[in-house]
Design a protein around this ligand. Sequence first.
Ligand code: ATP
Ligand code: MG
Length: 379
Amino acid sequence: MTDKILVVDDDADILNFVCEILELEGYQTDRAANGAEALQLYKKDFHKIIVTDANMPQMNGEELVKSVMATGHPTEVIVMSGYADMDMAISFIRLGVVAFLPKPFDPEELINTIKKINDKFRLIEEARKKQLDSIEYERLTITATMAAGLAHEINNPLSFISGDLQLLQADFEKTLNNITCDMPFDVAKMKDKVKNRFERCRKGYQRIASIINTLRTFSGVDQEDEYAECDINKSIEDALVLLSDKQKENTVIVKNFQPNLAKVYCYSKQLNHCFFHILLNAMQAVDKDPQITIATGTIDDANIFVRILDNGSGMPTEQIRYIYNPFYTTKNVGEGTGLGMTFTRNIIEKHHGRISIRSSPNVFTEVIIRLPIKHEKKA
Ligand SMILES: Nc1ncnc2c1ncn2[C@@H]1O[C@H](COP(=O)(O)OP(=O)(O)OP(=O)(O)O)[C@@H](O)[C@H]1O
Ligand SMILES: [Mg+2]
């Protein structure tokens, strides 16, 4: 989400006037001449604050507000109108608009409303961080500690199960191959049965091993990682190589990488895991005409972005907030452990970055990551 304010009015003079007031106060603005144009800009950047006229051609204020609210993003809308009456004001407030300003309005009133909104956003963010720092952080730490212990305990017996399984299968096959005398059962059939059963055991073993692997990664036990400069484009390329066998046939990967992207100071192994998980989700989600678009670029002197867009199954807006919960998965048993995004958000936040997701069922999912080029290392 951008901190720019989106200003919408079909009257060019008012549009300029409002933008100038805001810019004088130090805000950056995006301008649109009607609701349709505004919605296009909004869907690109998801502005936190929109100041819009009510009556406009193509798409009026009411339709714009409804479309913005439907995205589920935390955006506050201020409506201005020259034809203001109480009924109109009430209907806008019912739609969730934060303030209704009859034109002509006092610029100070607009500025004060925006300040209040920003204060509210700040308080929500602080509360969210605090909550994350206390309850969620504690929960994640406990989960991570348990996961690390569990992974360690299970890993050793798992290795000898795997080794013995192989030897046992070889012994069985050798014994069956050496049977020469008549047996009270069909030896060929028995061979097949034994083979299938061993195959099932091996699949079960591989599944447990992969869960253990995810838990180890999630808990960070294996991550002796160096804090150093990292080429994010290369990080993504590496994740793609690792995932080459997970890619569905015909998947088109479009790479819009910014050349010479500023290097990011980070724990590179951990960030690699984030790209791995997001790309894996995208690869699992795509189905018909599968396409995944990956873009990297510069936001400003201090931040870069990574966007990963897929045209797969998507998800309803209400589901997005759950996907960071540990063990939340909609995948079939055996396909997902529900830790990928939990782990990813943890790492991004540890790097003082931000992750946001927008999606539409059966249309697309876009994961947007903002990363500071340099940040203070967490102790
Ligand atoms: N690109 C995507 N498209 C559609 N749904 C997604 C996408 N990415 C995540 N999800 C949803 O979020 C859920 C949680 O994702 P997450 O990566 O945390 O776990 P998972 O993929 O189910 O399991 P794993 O631990 O193996 O990654 C998924 O089960 C899926 O419902
Ligand atoms: Mg996943």
